[in-house]
Design a protein around this ligand. Structure first.
Ligand SMILES: C[S@@+](CC[C@H](N)C(=O)[O-])C[C@H]1O[C@@H](n2cnc3c(N)ncnc32)[C@H](O)[C@@H]1O
Length: 275
């Protein structure tokens, strides 16, 4: 068991570097998640790892600790409804008032291993052939971004959310337990490492942002900061999708709800009438 001093310094590190708010009820997680990190770094115990973090912190060590503490849980077409709303309401709305040839730009922020970004790509391929678009997936974790880029999934992962038709159409079988995303789909999505606590200016402006199932790990000031940084990267008529447990209410006034649709928001200064 780590000491309360070590727990506090771990809390501080995670909050500052990733935004993650580690509450004391998660103490039990620390030992089980950090023991393999300590072992990999050649340290005898989590207590030694905590001492090393305090006395001689290295980027590699800090990243490994963050990586061990974050949750990468994701699946294809997670919650379904946001993807239906994207296809039936959001993209038609953007196309109806889009002037010129600018592509529709979609950002899967905190994309984990890429299931959300590839789900969006599948929908565009199916429903909007010929449409100009760009899809960017980003995550704080370099290893998970590498997995997203590779687009290689286990049989268990592809069973979660994909119909047999989509599996047959968009994946090739590598072996009995492994599937790889088709080159067509891989070419539709770009993945980059990005921390949501930092400015995303380098990625330009987006019509649609999915930022789902990550704000739940942040405290209120961090949620506000992250949402405000996202707002800066959004087209005034853009659309924001949050996870079912997230809301902007009481967090920021930069977004307002998009009518009755739960989890869908628009920049507060949006000029478009469609909800
Ligand atoms: C639970 S997954 C959600 C994945 C996907 N959005 C979904 O809903 O299925 C949360 C992801 O957020 C990422 N994450 C955590 N803190 C982050 C931060 N500060 N910046 C960017 N990504 C972060 C984690 O690495 C993890 O992959």
């Amino acid at each position: 068991m780590i000491s309360s001093v070590d727990f506090l310094s771990l809390q501080k590190l995670l909050l500052e570097r990733s935004g993650m708010a580690l509450t004391s009820d998660k103490l039990y997680l620390v030992a089980s998640r950090l023991a393999p990190v300590a072992q990999k770094l050649g340290l005898k115990s989590v207590i030694e790892l905590m001492a090393a973090l305090r006395e001689r912190p290295r980027e590699e060590m800090i990243n490994a600790v963050i990586e061990a503490m974050v949750t990468h849980e994701s699946l294809f077409f997670r919650d379904e409804r946001p993807f239906e709303h994207l296809t039936h309401v959001v993209i038609p709305d953007i196309l109806s008032h889009r002037l010129g040839m600018r592509p529709i730009r979609i950002w899967s922020a905190a994309c984990s291993s890429g299931q959300e970004a590839y789900s969006i790509a599948m929908l565009i391929h199916e429903r909007f052939p010929g449409m100009q678009f760009e899809i960017l997936g980003t995550d704080i974790s370099a290893p998970i971004v590498a997995k997203a880029r590779a687009g290689v999934y286990s049989a268990f992962e592809v069973k979660r959310g994909l119909t047999p038709e989509r599996l047959g159409r968009f994946f090739r079988i590598v072996d009995a337990q492994t599937y790889a995303i088709s080159d067509t789909l891989r070419r539709m999505v770009r993945f980059e490492t990005h921390n949501l606590l930092q400015s995303a200016l380098r990625f330009g402006f987006f019509d649609v942002v999915f930022c789902r199932n990550v704000l739940i790990y942040f405290d209120a000031p961090t949620k506000m900061r992250v949402l405000e940084l996202i707002a800066r990267q959004m087209d005034p008529d853009g659309w924001l999708f949050l996870g079912s447990a997230d809301t902007v209410v009481g967090v920021t006034d930069k977004f307002v709800g998009a009518g009755q649709e739960r989890g869908v928001y628009r920049p507060a200064f949006s000029t478009s009438k469609v909800a």
